[in-house]
Design a protein around this ligand. Structure first.
Ligand SMILES: [Zn+2]
Length: 413
C-alpha cells in the first residue's frame, strides 16, 4: 500500500469483532442476535459506549437506528456516513453486518489516534433489523429512515409470538426521539463481507460494488379447508399444505430455468395450520424470494411465480394470495461513490475488482437519499448466514483501509 495512505489498527478491529462475537454466541463460532432481543440490547449498549468513548455524539431515532457522529471542522455540512447492522440471522455468523459497523468505528478511532480533523462530519449508523429474521420486511430500519416504510408500519409489525416491534423497542430502551430521516448525508459508504465466493475464489481481497441483483420477496397465503385425514375422499380435499408444496417445487424450477444467466429462487419459509397429524391443513404461509442480475428478468420471474401460484392453487383445490411483497436492488449505486472508491484504491495502490451484490443491504435504501457505494471483503468459501462464517484479517484490511481513505477524501471535499 502507498506509504501516504492512512491505515487502521487491525489488531484493535479484530478485538472489537471478537468482543461482539461473545454477545448472542451460538454453537461456538456463530451468533443469534435477533433484533430487539436482550442480546441486541447488550450489543447496542456496548456499541454506544464505544462510540461515546471515541468522542461521538450518539442519537437514536424512532425505529431504533443509532447515529454516532464525529464532528467536522465545518459542522454545518452534511456528513460522510457509513454503517451496517448488528442484528444477525437465527443461525448467523459473526461478521455479516458487524464487520461494516466495527470498520466504521475503527475509521473513527484511527482518525482520533492520528489527531485528524475532517472538514465534514463523519457519521456511523447502526440500522435496526437488517436481517428480517424476527420482523419482516428485512432492512426495516433503513427503509423507514428513507420513508419507504411508515413509522406506524414498523412499530406495529409483530414477530412470530405476536410481540410488537414498538413494544420490544421500548423494552430494550431504544425507542429514540429523533425523527426519521433527520440526518443528512453527503454520501454513504458501507463495507460488508461479500457473502458469496467470488473474492475468495479469485484471491482478490477487495470488491467495489457496481450494481445489485434485483430481488423480489413475496409472502403468500394458501387457504384450504380442514377435514379428517381418513374418511375425506381425495377428490374432496382442500389441503393447503399440498398447494404450498406444488408452489415450492414450481418456484425451485423457475430458479433452475434462469440459472444459466445467474437467476435464483428460494422458498425459505413455510408455516402451516393447524399442523397436526389427524387433520388436513387449513392454511399455509410461504415466503418466496427470487433474484436476477437483469432487472427485467427479475420482473419476468415475478410473472412466472404468479402463474405458478394459479397452477398450484388449481391443482390442490385451494386459494392463494400474495399478502405482502417487497423488492430491492434495482441499481441504487452512485457513480460519485464508485469513482471516489476506485480513485482512492488506485492512489493507495491496492488491487480490487468490480463486483455485483446479490444480497440485500441497508445501503440500497440509503441510495434513495444520498449517493451510495459499497465495498466487499472476502468471507471464507463464500459461506454466510451460517455459524461457520469466517474471515481473515489480512484479507479484510485493504477493504477497511479503502473505507477509511475514501471517507477522509470525501469528508475533506
Ligand atoms: Zn448483512
Amino acid at each position: 500500500m502507498n506509504k501516504n495512505s492512512l491505515e487502521v489498527n487491525g489488531g484493535r478491529l479484530w478485538d472489537t469483532l471478537e468482543a461482539s462475537g461473545e454477545i448472542g454466541k451460538l454453537r461456538g463460532t456463530g451468533l443469534r442476535r435477533l433484533p430487539l432481543s436482550d442480546a441486541d440490547k447488550q450489543m447496542r449498549d456496548i456499541f454506544c459506549d464505544w462510540a461515546r468513548k471515541a468522542g461521538c455524539e450518539v442519537a437514536v431515532d424512532q425505529v431504533g437506528n443509532i447515529f454516532a457522529r464525529r464532528p467536522g471542522s465545518d459542522d454545518s455540512l452534511p456528513a460522510i456516513a457509513t454503517g451496517s447492522h448488528l442484528d444477525t440471522q437465527m443461525c448467523g455468523g459473526k461478521y455479516d453486518g458487524v464487520l461494516g459497523v466495527m470498520s466504521g468505528l475503527e475509521v473513527i478511532r484511527t482518525l482520533n489516534d492520528l489527531g485528524l480533523e475532517t472538514k465534514r462530519p463523519i457519521e456511523l449508523v447502526v440500522w435496526s433489523n437488517e436481517e428480517g429474521a424476527r420482523y419482516t420486511p428485512p432492512m426495516q430500519g433503513s427503509l423507514a429512515f428513507v420513508g419507504d416504510l411508515s413509522l406506524e408500519t414498523v412499530l406495529s409489525s409483530e414477530d412470530a409470538d405476536g410481540l410488537r416491534f414498538g413494544d420490544e423497542l421500548r423494552r430494550i430502551g431504544y425507542d429514540g426521539a429523533r425523527p426519521l430521516g433527520e440526518s443528512k448525508f453527503e454520501a454513504y459508504l458501507e463495507l460488508h463481507i461479500e457473502q458469496g465466493p467470488t473474492l475468495d475464489r479469485t484471491g482478490i481481497d477487495t470488491g467495489i460494488v457496481v450494481s445489485g441483483f434485483k430481488s423480489h420477496g413475496l409472502r403468500i397465503q394458501v387457504t384450504g379447508n380442514t377435514a379428517h385425514v381418513g374418511p375425506t375422499p381425495m377428490d374432496e380435499r382442500q389441503n393447503a399444505l399440498v398447494g404450498a408444496a406444488h408452489l415450492i417445487t414450481a418456484v425451485d424450477a423457475i430458479g433452475w430455468q434462469h440459472h444459466p444467466e445467474g437467476g435464483k429462487s428460494t422458498t425459505p419459509f413455510i408455516s402451516c395450520f393447524p399442523n397436526l397429524p389427524g387433520i388436513i391443513p387449513e392454511t399455509a404461509q410461504l415466503t418466496v424470494d427470487f433474484r436476477h442480475p437483469e432487472p427485467e428478468m427479475a420482473d419476468q420471474m415475478l410473472a412466472e411465480v404468479k402463474a405458478a401460484m394459479d397452477a398450484a392453487a388449481a391443482k390442490a383445490n385451494v386459494e392463494m394470495a400474495i399478502i405482502d411483497s417487497w423488492t430491492f436492488g434495482d441499481n441504487p449505486f452512485s457513480d460519485i461513490c464508485l469513482k471516489a472508491l476506485e480513485d482512492t484504491a488506485d492512489t493507495m495502490g491496492i488491487s480490487y475488482m468490480e463486483i455485483r451484490s446479490q444480497a440485500g443491504h441497508d445501503a440500497y435504501a440509503i441510495g434513495k437519499v444520498a449517493p451510495m457505494g459499497m465495498i466487499f471483503t472476502p468471507c471464507t468459501g463464500g459461506v454466510s448466514h451460517n455459524v461457520e462464517e469466517s474471515i481473515e484479517l489480512d484479507k479484510t484490511l485493504n477493504g477497511v483501509n479503502l473505507l477509511l481513505n475514501t471517507m477522509v477524501n470525501m469528508a475533506n471535499r
